[in-house]
Design a protein around this ligand. Structure first.
Ligand code: HEC
Length: 234
């Protein structure tokens, strides 16, 4: 009786020591695993990116690793499709598969990165800010045929190479606000709403990966010409 009473705390202490030891032993491999993850972070991201791509990818002639990393960035970190999905937000997911309704999320491939989300006018009466079609056209280049050089320029400087909403001209009674321009202090030469002030800090490698991924997604034709959202798919 007495002996076992003494034994209990001893057993408890041993158990505690064992847990402590296990925890200590566990710590070092875990720290190591984290380091390894950091070293090879791109490998796991590439695989995850390929796994989560919501549309069929055309990998022909593409660098698979870049496409995978690009998919990881575009789908898991910066939600490009949240703004660049075609049409209103409700179109982003298939009917019955809207995560915001508490349903499983299934992206609508017909709207994926097709552009056309309307963010309204920065000033009442001025041009509306509408996201652009990022999918490749028949040339196979993303964003309706943009070169990588142009893509990098856009992402690093926010310049609107399409000049869709110039700064309103200044008239005698102040800025002339019409439906096609945006007044100062907004700079009409720059993309608005598009989060380039943060995205411009991405590495060249990450931008290359995004570009490679955007060239692998299916073409979305969008509305007919002369809409700037139109893409010639064939
Ligand atoms: C918060 C919403 C939002 C997010 C997130 C977003 N964009 Fe945009 N993006 C826009 C809008 C809006 C425009 C058009 C802006 C304008 O007309 O002033 C745009 C424009 C662009 C353009 C210029 C297209 C052209 O034809 O010149 C590119 C390229 C672009 N986005 C790429 C991306 C990529 C790549 C991502 C994800 C990594 C992304 N965007 C995420 C809203 C967004």
């Amino acid at each position: 009786m007495r002996f076992s009473k003494l034994l209990k705390p001893a057993a408890a202490a041993t158990a505690f020591a064992a847990i402590l030891l296990a925890a200590l032993l566990n710590t070092s491999p875990r720290v190591k695993a984290t380091d390894d993850d950091d070293d090879n972070s791109n490998d796991s991201r590439i695989q995850r990116g390929l796994d989560i791509a919501p549309v069929h990818l055309n990998l022909e002639g593409k660098n698979r690793a870049l496409v995978g990393l690009g998919s990881y960035i575009v789908n898991a970190t910066v939600p490009c499709n949240e703004c660049h999905g075609a049409g209103p937000a409700i179109n982003q997911f298939l009917p019955g598969d809207n995560p915001y309704f508490g349903q499983t999320a299934v992206i609508n491939p017909a709207a994926y990165l097709g552009g056309g989300r309307d963010f309204g006018a920065p000033v009442p009466g001025s041009a509306h800010i509408i996201s652009r079609n990022l999918t490749p056209d028949k040339t196979g280049l993303p964003e309706g045929g943009r070169t990588f050089g142009e893509f990098v320029q856009i992402m690093r400087t926010g310049v609107d190479l399409d000049h869709l909403h110039p700064t309103c001209a200044i008239g005698p009674s102040g800025p002339i606000v019409n439906t096609g321009c945006i007044p100062a202090p907004f700079n009409g030469d720059l993309l608005q709403t598009m989060p380039w002030p943060g995205l411009r800090n991405l590495t060249n490698h990450d931008l290359r990966a995004i570009y490679e991924y955007l060239s692998a997604v299916p073409c979305v034709a969008g509305p007919p010409t002369p809409s700037p959202l139109h893409n010639d798919c064939q």
